[in-house]
Design a protein around this ligand. Structure first.
Ligand code: ARG
Ligand code: ZN
Length: 852
């Protein structure tokens, strides 16, 4: 493959070189204007004693108009290109000054400094700072920033502590050296919900959640989540906050979830704003997790950052792991673990099994924004979970203390991270490190033997080939196993088997009967388990297993095998499955949230992948039909229980966004959707009319739409919520998700004609196009209309917003699973995108990789 096949040069991890200069301090002055903002920079550079290559004074800079440049006060004329500038500089320390002009109002890419609904906001990770001023825009260059903002807008924010303010200006100073990607600036007519937190050493921190007028009633939950996060990080990791102030800002137009800029976290408004009326339980949980995630970055990301972007998982994997622990502590640990497993399989396994597969620490990229992936984030977190399982909780805590001690203030690598664990535990982690370098989801095949006295478990592992990595070595796989006896009693509590070879056997003695294994408890490793078993055994585990994940998994496998038999062989819904389900839904000892999760059928995408794994071509329509038929059968089997179950799980107390109430509401909504198949929508209409919260309102609407009912409610919903952008996103999405396969593309297309559809708002764009891509049978409808519509819109969006366009190209990543007709149609769309003149580097790299 040539380096420049698509989208410009490839950057390699192996080519890393430190920058030739260190930055002693940075002082920035912004004179804000929508189309002509002036940015003055004053930066002290000195030669970097650790530099290995000859010093080259190259500063990154994109879309900047250079007004002037000076060295030690004398004007200079640097050589300016589309990527930056180069200049001759003095031997020793010198002061570099520039003035540049930028146009935030024309910045639709939402990277750098941009405007959103009249407010100024920034997004600099990964490489957006270079769109603000000329700078060595790389994470290993860290410095102290002082920022002066001049504007008539009332609220002017930047990183660190506020040091001066007056008529038309504010000055901020951040004492903690940081890379430029953590720089942030916000200016606008904003309102704040104030709060405060006293750290464990007695320091009082001012907290604020800043929002646009009209949103001030939706900040309380975020504020509480922030305080809980601050407390939790002190209690569990011993990490204290380190500035006088912590600001959170909600922005409507934002490419991702949120950003951990030092002392000034900027959030997609969907990840902050919540009230019972406008946000679902799922939204509340997500907001709590993202607030925690960004806050936790203060230590894992900001105080200790990444040497280069290949090390992204160093901060993201660890911070996702930490926010998962937090959610498990705040809510239900088993439910969180099951949710994480679902998410990992749904997004990361899908990525790992296709053309976009890459290691947790990639070794090359063209556009780093394309590597903010489920692999780097979620598999990155799983790798840390495995490390913790292998070394134990105590050693993990010791290693983390050492990590913070040893590396505070540094830009680090995965080698640094693993070394800390090796030093703290004496363990050799060289084989474990393969988790960072080998892509692909390991497949573990399990077989058993019983000779009347000894039970032997044999595990074989195989890591599949992935792009650029045809051959793999065996990895270290922590495999948690429990054993039950035929009466359902646990005879061997959870035991961690360490699989390190291609094939390994483990024996258990002293058992009276052949045990029933409960494998991969707690989803102890992100692997695909392959084991021959029966539906009887699955039903047995679903009824008796003590491990909630394994129990849920048994139910899932049961549902899957029943569905496959229906889709494939046209068989009637499996009686054992329906029977087990009936037992489970009525089991009052089980958490309603767990029951809801167990009742959810495997997704269309999951089933499609299962067919592909069996060497078969999935038929999206047949999968859709099969799930529909199964839902009908479940409703039929439970019909005498539904009303009672619904009543028992309907929350009547005042709304609380906690796990207990949320679990009941989610279970009640599952029951309601089944009732709707039986009662022509009466119960759902009643819930819709009575609902005083979004979870119940949307649950009812969704139950109606899933049964081709609810057009009245759909209209009423739009009338009620037209002023609430985030709620309207739900309204857009729900219609596309529930559209029948042959109508999905048309429904999505019609929605784009509405005046309140805009591709400039990533949330709104995703509400329609993301929902289309998720509606598998609709997206993959044989007409090809889904493919064409998505490609049409990606083509329109790319010139405005490359990041979101590139991200959404991944809808096509599973294309090779499908039949020749579908593959042909998808290829045509991808080639149509690839051929566009001026296609962004982001999209070009994605399409290139998918097609390869
Ligand atoms: N660091 C942010 C977070 O995980 C994500 C920023 C991603 N930005 C991007 N342009 N890819 O919290
Ligand atoms: Zn993060």
């Amino acid at each position: 493959m040539k380096d420049t096949d698509t989208g410009g040069p490839t950057i390699y991890l192996k080519d890393y070189q430190p920058f030739g200069f260190v930055v002693r301090d940075v002082s920035l002055r912004f004179v804000l204007h929508p189309t002509a903002t002036r940015v003055h920079s004053r930066i002290t550079f000195a030669p970097n004693p650790d530099a290995t290559a000859p010093r080259d004074f190259f500063l990154d800079g994109e879309d900047l108009k250079l007004i002037e440049a000076r060295i030690d006060g004398t004007p200079v004329t640097p050589e300016v290109t589309a990527e930056g500038l180069r200049c001759d500089v003095p031997e020793g320390e010198f002061v570099w000054e520039t003035e540049v002009e930028i146009a935030p109002d024309e910045n639709t890419a939402l990277e750098g400094l941009y405007m959103s609904n009249g407010m100024y906001s920034t997004q600099c990770e990964a490489q957006g700072f270079r769109k603000i001023t000329y700078y060595p825009d790389r994470p290993d260059v860290m410095s102290v920033f002082t920022v002066r903002i001049e504007s008539d807008l009332p609220v002017l924010l930047s990183n660190g502590n506020k040091v001066a303010t007056g008529e038309g200006f504010a000055e901020w100073h951040d004492p903690w050296p940081k890379p430029a990607y953590l720089f942030a600036l916000v200016a606008g007519e904003l309102l704040n919900l104030p709060g405060s937190f006293t750290t464990r050493s007695g320091k009082e921190v001012e907290l604020n959640v800043w929002v646009r007028k009209g949103d001030e009633d939706k900040c309380d939950f975020a504020m509480e989540a922030l305080k809980k996060s601050m407390k939790w990080d002190e209690d569990v990791y011993g990490r204290e906050y380190d500035l006088d102030i912590f600001n959170i800002v909600a922005v409507d137009d934002f490419n991702m979830g949120a950003m951990e800029n030092k002392g000034l976290n900027i959030f997609n408004s969907s990840a902050v704003l919540a009230s019972p009326e406008t946000a679902t339980d799922g939204n509340f949980e997500r907001i709590e997790a993202i607030i925690a995630h960004e806050y936790f970055h203060n230590w894992t990301g900001n105080r200790i950052t990444c040497r280069d972007w290949f090390q992204l998982c160093l901060k993201e994997g660890l911070t996702v792991f930490r926010d998962s622990q937090f959610t498990a502590d705040m809510r239900s640990a088993p439910v969180k673990r099951i949710g994480d497993a679902l998410d990992l399989r749904g997004r990361q396994f899908r990525e790992d099994g296709g053309p976009l597969a890459h290691p947790v620490r990639p070794e090359s990229f063209k556009e780093i924004n394309n590597f903010y992936t489920a692999t780097v984030y979620e598999k990155g977190a799983e790798v840390i979970g495995m490390l913790k399982r292998l070394v134990g909780d105590e050693a993990y805590a010791k290693a983390l203390d050492l990590y913070f001690d040893r590396h505070d203030g540094q830009a680090c690598t995965i080698e640094d991270w693993l070394k800390v664990f090796e030093d703290a535990t004496g363990r050799d982690l060289s084989q474990f490190k393969l988790w960072y370098s080998q892509a692909g989801t390991p497949k573990v095949t399990m077989s058993e033997d019983w000779d009347g006295a000894t039970y032997t478990v044999t595990l074989k592992q195989q890591v599949p080939p992935t792009p650029g990595q045809p051959e793999k070595a065996p990895q270290v796989i922590p495999f948690a196993l429990g054993l039950l006896d035929p009466s359902g009693k646990e005879v061997q509590p959870t035991t961690l088997l360490e699989l390190t070879e291609a094939e390994q056997s483990f024996t258990f003695k002293g058992l009276k009967n052949r045990p029933i294994p409960s494998p991969l408890r707690g989803f102890s490793a992100p692997v695909i388990l392959d084991r021959e078993t029966t539906n009887e055994e699955r039903a047995f585990l679903l009824a008796h297993d003590t491990d909630p994940f394994a129990r849920w998994e048994a139910g899932r496998q049961l549902a899957k095998s029943a569905l496959i038999a229906m889709i494939d062989g046209g068989q009637a819904p499996d009686a054992a499955y329906l029977d087990a389900l009936r037992q489970l839904v009525k089991d009052e000892t089980l958490d309603p949230a767990f029951r809801a999760l167990t009742m959810a059928l495997p997704s269309e995408d999951d089933l499609a992948q299962t067919f592909a794994d069996m060497g078969r071509t999935p038929d999206p329509q047949a999968i859709w039909d099969g799930r529909e038929a199964m839902r009908g059968a479940v409703a039929e089997v439970l019909k005498d229980d539904l009303t009672l179950l619904y009543a028992a799980n309907t929350v009547t107390e005042p709304f609380r966004p906690d796990a207990e109430q949320g679990g009941k509401r989610s279970f009640a909504n599952v029951i309601l959707s089944l009732m709707t198949r039986q009662d022509n929508g009466d119960a759902a209409r009643a819930q819709y009319a009575a609902a005083d919260n979004m979870t119940q309102q949307l649950g009812a609407l969704s139950a109606l739409l899933a049964n081709d009912l609810g057009s009245l409610e759909l209209g009423a919903f739009a009338d009620q919520w037209q002023g609430e952008r985030l709620v309207m996103d739900k309204w857009f999405a729900i219609q596309v998700s529930h559209a029948r396969p042959d109508q999905a593309a048309q429904v999505a297309s019609d929605l784009t004609e509405r005046p309140d559809f805009t591709m400039k708002n990533p949330n709104r764009f995703r509400a329609v196009m993301g929902a289309l891509a998720m509606n598998q049978a609709g997206f993959h409808h044989a007409s090809g209309a889904g493919y064409k519509l998505l490609a049409d819109w990606l083509i329109k969006l790319d010139p405005l917003n490359p990041q979101t366009t590139a991200r959404m190209c991944s809808a096509f990543q599973t294309w090779r699973r499908y039949d020749a007709d579908r593959q042909g149609m998808i290829r045509e769309e991808l080639e149509r995108i690839a051929a566009l003149p001026g296609l962004s580097r982001d999209t070009s790299e994605m399409v290139g990789r998918i097609l390869e």
